[in-house]
Design a protein around this ligand. Structure first.
Ligand SMILES: [Zn+2]
Length: 252
């Protein structure tokens, strides 16, 4: 680590349990961020600020005026441009030491496998159930951890999944989640700080997993009700017969 890096990261290098080893682990890691909206754009800024080595952004959408209240990486001048492209430019201006790659396309059956090449972990910044199911299946196949997050109106939730899914997977939850995701932010609404809080929980879990500075509650669904100001933690369980994580069924 050179003098400039030591100065840039000096405050986090002071944190017990993070230190030089944590910084080096972050610098060696590659993370795919699927979706560059309220979750992904905020998470990407914190990860790049902290010195994550390689960030890969994927999002097929263009910036809309209605994104600006919560997707604070973007400005009025960016409306109409691709999110992944604008965010990549911003991240590179924030930290020229990290590598940023972007793809203005969807994470889907066609692109999923190739997007995960050389990736160590995935952060979910999507707004739909179908893409999360794909992330779950593709990352289970590669035995990669992923960090799910979702928010709508005044509520949010997040879960960290290990590569091996011993504690269950997103498919185990699928029946319940399908009804939760019946409507997204576009129809139900969302308040900016709600989605930002969920994104930062995802980032903390990810940094904890990469560096060991924090305990990661793997396989625990954390649910936040910001209207009542309450939090609940629900440990997942592997569902017998799950096509992704039951070792007697899956065809990884
Ligand atoms: Zn499962």
């Amino acid at each position: 680590m050179n003098d400039s890096e030591l100065e840039r990261y000096s405050r986090q290098l002071l944190v017990p349990g993070f230190e030089l080893e944590g910084q080096e682990a972050l610098g060696a890691a590659s993370v795919l961020i699927v979706g560059c909206g309220g979750l992904g754009a905020l998470a990407a800024q914190y990860l790049v600020g902290a010195g994550l080595g390689h960030v890969v952004l994927v999002d097929p959408d263009r910036i809309e005026l209605s994104n600006l209240p919560r997707q604070i990486a973007y400005t009025e001048a960016d409306v109409g441009r691709f999110k992944a492209e604008v965010l990549a430019e911003r991240l590179q201006r924030m930290n020229s030491e990290v590598t940023v790659t972007h793809h203005s396309l969807a994470f889907d059956e066609t692109s999923g496998a190739s997007l995960l090449t050389t990736i160590d972990a995935v952060l979910d910044g999507t707004d739909n159930h179908g893409t999360r199911l794909l992330i779950d299946r593709f990352t289970a196949h590669r035995e990669l951890p992923w960090f799910m997050g979702a928010a709508v109106q005044m509520a949010g939730q997040n879960i960290a999944f290990t590569g091996l899914r011993e504690e269950g997977c997103y498919h185990c939850l699928a029946p319940q989640q399908a009804s939760v995701d019946a409507g997204g932010c576009a129809t139900l609404g969302i308040l900016g700080p709600v989605v930002a809080t969920v994104a930062l929980r995802q980032v903390l879990d990810l940094i904890g997993a990469l560096t060991g500075v924090a305990k990661v509650p793997w396989g625990v669904m954390r649910q936040y009700d910001f209207r009542a100001n309450t939090t609940a933690s629900l440990p997942l369980q592997r569902r017998v017969g799950c096509v992704v994580c039951d070792p007697n069924v899956n065809t990884r």
